[in-house]
Design a protein. Structure first.
Length: 317
């Protein structure tokens, strides 16, 4: 009588057929009279027992290696994908903007409601887009405009994207921060603003910039907050902001003096958007990006190599 194969022999036979002979899992299942899940289990056991060693003989490209490190570190914070951009022309913001435009071109659908924040990097994206076969349904401004800064204005970005795609735009025709919460409350009753905030609730994809806590802050340069006010927030542990919401390195939002006077989507609403892409460049944004990820609001990030390297150094400390 033929000797029955023990379990290790079955595992070895399945592994040889799959990894050496090139049989498919379905072919092996048919040969053994097993179900396909049983074959999957045998192959898994072959790896666990050390019968099979899978070795990648080619070193990962540097950018891909950085992507993998950051994705692994922040997988529990809802971060699904990291895109690291090589900077070939010595203009990191332009390289990141170009990759973000490419991401939109490849992933936007007709049922998308695209929410937009602001940053100098985001400002470059409309010029890199053209009317695609699958444009989103409309573009929605996620926070009030930042006047006086031509390089970072959400309203301008939205209008230019609307022209690029040939679709409607829902804007917030009001400053992102007002001097008096009562004025903000009054403006929130404006029909145009109420309509846009209604569309904000429908956003299912969004692009936001990541701000840092420095004198180069867009809000300081535009005069919405003073350097002293920003310094006070920094002393509370702030490392960055998204749409004027400041947070610390652990992703905890910091209450600010102007919080009740803002016209902007809040953090809870951001978390409800299916796919938020954070865009930034430069090593000085490392802690700002890490804190934003830990807030749980970013599902994807598009960054340059210098920022990715700085983030991995910060994580290692």
């Amino acid at each position: 009588m033929p000797r029955e194969k023990n379990n290790d022999e079955l595992i070895l036979k399945a592994a040889t057929l799959y990894y050496t002979n090139g049989n498919t899992q379905d072919q092996i299942a048919k040969k053994f009279g097993f179900s396909r899940p049983t074959v999957v289990r045998l192959l898994k056991q072959a790896r666990q027992k050390g019968f099979v060693e899978i070795k990648i003989t080619r070193k990962l490209p540097h950018a891909t290696h950085l992507e993998t490190l950051i994705e692994n570190e922040f997988a529990s914070d809802n971060l699904l994908e990291v895109i690291v951009v090589e900077n070939y022309d010595n203009d990191a913001k332009a390289a990141v903007a170009e990759r973000a435009a490419q991401y939109l071109s490849q992933n936007l659908r007709q049922d998308h409601i695209l929410g937009i924040g602001w940053s100098s990097t985001l400002m470059q994206i409309p010029d890199l887009l053209r009317k695609e076969k699958y444009a989103p349904e409309r573009v929605v401004q996620l926070g009030g405009y930042v006047g006086g800064i031509a390089t970072a204005n959400a309203q301008d970005i939205c209008l230019r994207l609307g022209l690029s795609f040939g679709i409607p735009v829902e804007s917030l025709p009001a400053p992102v921060i007002l001097k008096d919460p009562a004025v903000r409350d009054s403006l929130m009753q404006d029909p145009v603003i109420k309509n846009t905030l209604h569309w904000v609730e429908k956003c299912n994809i969004g692009l936001v910039g990541i701000g840092d806590v420095s004198t180069e802050s867009t809000l300081v340069k535009a005069g919405y907050i003073s350097a002293d006010e920003l310094d006070k927030v920094a002393r509370q542990g702030a490392v960055g902001d998204v749409l004027s919401h400041y947070y610390d390195i652990e992703g905890k939002e910091i209450k600010t003096a102007w919080q009740e006077a803002m016209i902007s989507i809040d953090m809870a609403q951001l978390r409800n958007i299916d796919n938020i892409i954070g865009v930034a460049a430069g090593a000085d944004k490392a802690n700002s990006m890490i804190g934003a990820i830990r807030c749980g609001i970013l599902n994807r990030i598009i960054i340059d190599v210098e920022l990715a390297e700085a983030m991995t150094r910060s994580i290692a400390r």
